[in-house]
Design a protein around this ligand. Structure first.
Ligand SMILES: Cc1ncc(C[n+]2csc(CCOP(=O)(O)OP(=O)(O)O)c2C)c(N)n1
Length: 629
C-alpha cells in the first residue's frame, strides 16, 4: 500500500499534504509507474522525468479550475495518478482501460485528447483568450518538452503569445532528449543556457536586483528596469524567449520539489507570458531508463529487475524490412537520401543513419518542413525517401499537395504504422492515409502484402520520378501478415490474382491480403468459392483487371486496414460508377467512420472484424445470406 499516493484521490488531497512530504509522494508515484508500465508497456522515461513537475504544478495550481496542459501528453502518467485515476492506472493503454495520453472523455483534468506534438501553446493561448473574454481569472499552464518546443506550430504559437501577451505559464521540460537526442539550433541554444556558469551567475544577480525593485522610487524603478534589459540583452539566459515576449525564469532543477514549488509560486505573481525553464533527466529514478532513455521512451513490457523486454523474441517486421532495404538501396545509389521527423529509431532509419551520415536528415518534430525539404532535395537532383508514421504525416497534407505533387517531384513516402497501431490509440492510428493520399493528383498509392513486396515497391519507387507512397502496418506476423508468399512480377498499377474462385472476388489491400486468403479458406468450407486479389495499388487502380473481373463476378468485396470513407473501397466504387459497370454488388470492408480507441493491435483487429473469421462471416452473411459453420 502506498502511504502517500494511497490517500490522493484528487489534487485537493495533494494540497493537504505538508510540502516536506512531497518527495516521498514522488517516490511512490515513480514506483507505481514502473510497476504498471513494466506490465503494460508505455511511455516510461518521459513520465518518470516529469514526476516532480506534475506534483509541484498540482500542489501550487488549482485544477480543474486552473487549466494544466501537457504537450503530446505521453509524459502525463503522474498527472493521471494525481487526478483520480490511481485505481484505473493498471488498465492504462489496454482495451477498455484508461488512455496513455490525456483524454477529454476520461477526466475533467484533461482539457484535450492529445498525442501529436506541439499543440499545447496554441491551446493554452486560446484558453487564455477565452478566459479573458469571459472575464474570469484562472491560470493556464503548459508543460512542453524541449523537442516539442522546436516544432513549427509551437513557434507559431509563441509568436502569437508574444503579440497578445496573455497571462500564461509555460514550463519547458528540458531533458535534452526527444525520443533520441533532440536535434536543431534551439536545442543548442538551450544547452548553452544550461552549461554556461557565467550566464547563470549573472542571471541570478540580475534576478536579485529585480526582486528589490518594488522598494525603489519610480525613477529608480525605470532605471533598474533599463539596467535589467541591458544586462539581459547581453548576458542573461533565455533572452531569445524574452525577445519573443516571455518573462524567462531558469534554468531550475526540475527534480527539486522545494525549488519547483517555490519558483511556481513566485512566477504566478507576474503578469503576461512566463516561461519557466526546468531541467530534468529523462527516465529519472529507475536505473535502466536513466541509462537507456531512448529505449524506454516508449517501451514494451519489461522485467523490472533486469530492464529486459519480456516480449517474445524479435521477428521480422515491415519496419525491419524497410530498414534493410533502404540501407541496400543506399549502398547501390549515391543519390538516395533519407528524411525523418524525429523518428529515426521508430521508422528503422537508424541503420541508414549510421551507414550514411551525410545522406540522412533528421529534421526534428517538423513533419511539414520534412516534406517540403524532401521536395527540394528531389528538385536538387536526389532521391528522397521520407520515412514517417501515417498519423504524423497528416500534419503535412498541404505540403504533399503543393510542394510535392503540384511540382511533380519524385519524393517517396514510406508510411509506417499505417492501420491500427494498438496501445497508443486514437491519436496514433494510421487509418486516414489512403483517403488523404489517393485524391491528390499524381500521387501513387501502394501497399505491400508481405515483406518481399515492400522491398519490391521500394525498388519501384526508387526508379520512379513520381510522388510515390507506400503504406505498411505496425509489426508483422499477425494472422500470417507479412509472411512472404509467391508473387507475380511487380508492375506499377497492376494487381495480382492470387486465388481463383467463382462466387465472389475479394480485392484485398496490403495487410489485408494474408487474412483474406485465410478467410477464403473458411468460406470454401461453407460452400463459397472466393477469388482473392492482391490489389497492390490504390492509385493507379488496376482498372483493366477490375473490368475483366466484373464480367466474371457479380459480387465484389474490398478490404483495407483504413477508414472506408474515401479509401480503397471508395476508389473501386468510383471506378465502377464512372465506367458504368452494371449489376455489381460491392461490399466495402475496413474501419468505420470513427476514432478508434486504444487496445492491443490484435484485439482491435478482432473487434473490427478484420480477422479471417470476421471477414468470412460478414461475406457469408451479407452476400450469401448464410451463417458460417
Ligand atoms: C507530430 C508528432 N510527431 C512525432 C511524434 C512522436 N513523438 C512522441 S514523443 C516525441 C519526443 C518528444 O520529446 P520532448 O518534447 O522533448 O519530450 P520528452 O519525451 O523528452 O519528455 C516524439 C518525436 C508526435 N507525438 N507527434
Amino acid at each position: 500500500m502506498n502511504k502517500w499516493l494511497g490517500k490522493i484521490n484528487s489534487p485537493r488531497d495533494l494540497k493537504k499534504m505538508d510540502q516536506k512530504d512531497l518527495p516521498k509522494l514522488a517516490m511512490e508515484i515513480r514506483q507505481e509507474i514502473v510497476d504498471v508500465i513494466s506490465e503494460t508497456g508505455g511511455h516510461l522515461a518521459s513520465s518518470l522525468g516529469a514526476v516532480e513537475l506534475a506534483v509541484a504544478i498540482h500542489y501550487v495550481l488549482d485544477a480543474p479550475g486552473d487549466k494544466i496542459l501537457w504537450d503530446i501528453g505521453h509524459q502525463a502518467y503522474a498527472h493521471k495518478l494525481l487526478t483520480g485515476r490511481r485505481n484505473s492506472f493498471k488498465t492504462i493503454r489496454q482495451l477498455g482501460g484508461i488512455s496513455g495520453f490525456p483524454n477529454k472523455n476520461e477526466s475533467e483534468y484533461d482539457l484535450f485528447t492529445t498525442g501529436h506534438s506541439s499543440t499545447s501553446l496554441s491551446s493554452a493561448i486560446g484558453l487564455a483568450a477565452a478566459r479573458d473574454l469571459r472575464g474570469s481569472d484562472e491560470k493556464v499552464a503548459v508543460v512542453i518538452g524541449d523537442a516539442a518546443l522546436a516544432n513549427g506550430m509551437a513557434f507559431e504559437a509563441m509568436n502569437h503569445i508574444g503579440h497578445i501577451k496573455k497571462d500564461i505559464i509555460v514550463i519547458l521540460n528540458d531533458n535534452e532528449l526527444s525520443i533520441s537526442k533532440t536535434v536543431g539550433a534551439l536545442s543548442h541554444y538551450l544547452n548553452s543556457i544550461m552549461v554556461n556558469p557565467i550566464y547563470n551567475k549573472i542571471r541570478s544577480d540580475a534576478q536579485e536586483l529585480v526582486k528589490k525593485i518594488p522598494k525603489f522610487g519610480t525613477r529608480a524603478l525605470k532605471a533598474a528596469k533599463k539596467l535589467e534589459e541591458g544586462i539581459k540583452n547581453l548576458l542573461v539566459p533565455g533572452v531569445f524567449f524574452e525577445e519573443l515576449g516571455f518573462r524567462y525564469f531558469g534554468p531550475v532543477d526540475g527534480h527539486s520539489m522545494d525549488g519547483l514549488v517555490h519558483n511556481l509560486r513566485r512566477i504566478m505573481e507576474f503578469k503576461g507570458p512566463i516561461l519557466l525553464h526546468a531541467v530534468t533527466k529523462k527516465g529519472k529514478g529507475y536505473k535502466f531508463s536513466e541509462e537507456k532513455p531512448s529505449y524506454f521512451h516508449g517501451s514494451s513490457p519489461f522485467n523490472k529487475a533486469s530492464g529486459e523486454s519480456t516480449k517474445k523474441k524479435k521477428t521480422a517486421t515491415f519496419t525491419s524490412t524497410f530498414s534493410e532495404k533502404i540501407v541496400e538501396l543506399g549502398s547501390r545509389r549515391g543519390d538516395i537520401v533519407a528524411v525523418s521527423a524525429a523518428m529515426l529509431g521508430g521508422t528503422g532509419l537508424d541503420e541508414f543513419a549510421k551507414k550514411y551520415p551525410k545522406r540522412i536528415f533528421d529534421v526534428g518534430i517538423a513533419e511539414e518542413h520534412a516534406v517540403t525539404f524532401s521536395a527540394a532535395l528531389a528538385r536538387g537532383g536526389f532521391k528522397p525517401f521520407i520515412a514517417i508514421y501515417s498519423t504524423f504525416l497528416q500534419r503535412a497534407y498541404d505540403q504533399i499537395i503543393h510542394d510535392v505533387c503540384l511540382q511533380d517531384l519524385g519524393v517517396v513516402f514510406c508510411l509506417d504504422r499505417a492501420g491500427l497501431v494498438g496501445e497508443d490509440g486514437m491519436t496514433h492510428n494510421g487509418i486516414f492515409d489512403i483517403a488523404y493520399m489517393r485524391h491528390i493528383p499524381g500521387m501513387i498509392v501502394a501497399a505491400p502484402k508481405d515483406f518481399n513486396e515492400l522491398k519490391g515497391m521500394m525498388e519501384l519507387a526508387a526508379n520512379s520520378d513520381k510522388p510515390f507512397s507506400i503504406r505498411y502496418p505496425r509489426g508483422g506476423q499477425l494472422f500470417g501478415l507479412g509472411e512472404n508468399m509467391p508473387s507475380k512480377r511487380l508492375e506499377l498499377g497492376k494487381a495480382e490474382v492470387i486465388k481463383d474462385g467463382k462466387h465472389v472476388v475479394i480485392l484485398a489491400l496490403g495487410s489485408m491480403v494474408a487474412v483474406s486468403l485465410k478467410a477464403a479458406e473458411l468460406l470454401s468450407k461453407n460452400g463459397v468459392n472466393a477469388s482473392v486479389v492482391n490489389a497492390r495499388f490504390v492509385k493507379p487502380l488496376d482498372s483493366e483487371l477490375i473490368e475483366d473481373l466484373s464480367k466474371k463476378f457479380k459480387k465484389f468485396v474490398t478490404i483495407e486496414e483504413g477508414v472506408i470513407s474515401g479509401g480503397f473501397g471508395s476508389a473501386v466504387l468510383e471506378f465502377i460508377d464512372r465506367e458504368n459497370i452494371k449489376d455489381v454488388e460491392l461490399k466495402a470492408l475496413g474501419l468505420p467512420d470513427e476514432f478508434i480507441e486504444h487496445g492491443g493491435r490484435e484485439e482491435l483487429i478482432r473487434k473490427y472484424h478484420l480477422t479471417p473469421d470476421g471477414i468470412a462471416a460478414v461475406i457469408a452473411q451479407d452476400l450469401f445470406d448464410r451463417q458460417l459453420v
